[in-house]
Design a protein around this ligand. Structure first.
Ligand code: AMP
Length: 297
């Protein structure tokens, strides 16, 4: 069976069932001016960060669908695809409580029936993916753009919600929608944080208690760089370098990047601007953490 009903949320596992659900929804469009369908693509292991996207979608749209799909295409050979957390029943309960109407949870075979090797892919422009996370995760953004393009085609949502936490991903998706004329409105949602500033992430569960105590330093460093750069007291490159050194000096921390970029083009900045985004990625032991802070945009 491919469509399972619970009290209020439908679990949809096949493309055929999704199309059927979507067709029936379309019949209800009528003259209501609100967006008919909001879409929140995720890889599951949902937390309050994901739920802030869902909440906004529920507020803005008449119906909301969440996808839960751990996409093999966006994981490198040495990354954590196999051990990525999968807690479907808990995710479902969170979706149900939040007022989500359908959860699309396809098996890999349903998403890639022709296999993953000889696949038509979406290649984002190099200027967006050759640096930041793209430099450390070859093929990652092709995998993301490809699966999101497929999901957009399948779900046919009016609005799709993405977190600013994955800032480069959001820029890639916005650009893809523009370049490929995909009829969906992309909505960026601010990063949800723990009380100590740590950006919520499905990977935070892998942090040891010691690493968890250390992790908020990422956001603290971003705030310091922002404050220093905006005060004009320290040139931006120097503020970034001080931040890198501070992070590198911490036990078990390997800094991948700490950079400032233009918020739309992601072009690296060499001096502070009124609109910029400061982005960081570190490995804390074996856990990769990313975060960013947006200035003025
Ligand atoms: P993921 O399941 O990691 O692929 O994330 C699914 C969506 O949730 C993406 O658009 C993420 O940017 C977003 N997201 C993840 N963590 C957060 C967070 N802490 N705050 C806001 N959005 C988030």
């Amino acid at each position: 069976m491919t469509v399972k009903s619970s009290t209020t949320v439908q679990v949809i596992e096949s493309l055929a069932a999704l199309k059927n659900w979507r067709y029936q929804l379309e019949q209800t469009r009528g003259s209501d001016k609100r967006p008919l369908l909001g879409f929140v693509p995720t890889m599951g292991a949902l937390h309050e960060g994901h739920m802030s996207l869902v909440k906004q979608a529920v507020e803005e749209c008449r119906h909301v669908i969440v996808s839960i799909f751990v996409n093999p295409l966006q994981f490198g050979p040495n990354e954590d695809f196999d051990k990525y957390p999968r807690v479907f029943e808990k995710d479902l309960q969170m979706c149900r409580q939040a007022g989500v109407e359908a959860v699309f949870h396809p098996p890999v075979q349903e998403m890639y029936p022709q296999g993953q090797k000889d696949l038509t892919k979406v290649i984002p422009p190099a200027v967006l993916i050759q640096h930041l996370c793209g430099a450390f995760r070859p093929g990652h953004f092709e995998g993301v753009a490809t699966v999101v393009a497929k999901l957009f085609g399948m779900v046919e949502a009016d609005c799709a919600y993405f977190g600013q936490k994955d800032y480069q991903q959001l820029a890639v998706i916005r650009r893809m929608v523009l370049d490929l004329d995909i009829p969906v409105k992309v909505v960026g949602v601010p990063t949800a944080r723990e009380n100590d500033g740590l950006a919520m992430s499905s990977r935070n569960v892998y942090l040891t208690p010691e690493q968890r105590l250390l992790a908020p330093v990422l956001y603290q460093t971003l705030c310091e760089v922002k404050d220093q750069a905006l005060s004009g007291a320290v040139p931006l490159p120097q503020a970034l370098e001080v931040g890198r050194q501070k992070l590198s000096a911490l036990p078990g921390v390997e800094v991948q990047y700490l950079d400032a970029c233009h918020p739309q083009s992601l072009a690296p900045l060499t001096q502070a601007a009124h609109e910029m985004v400061v982005l960081v990625a570190v490995k804390l032991g074996s856990v990769r953490l990313i975060d960013n802070i947006i200035v003025g945009a």
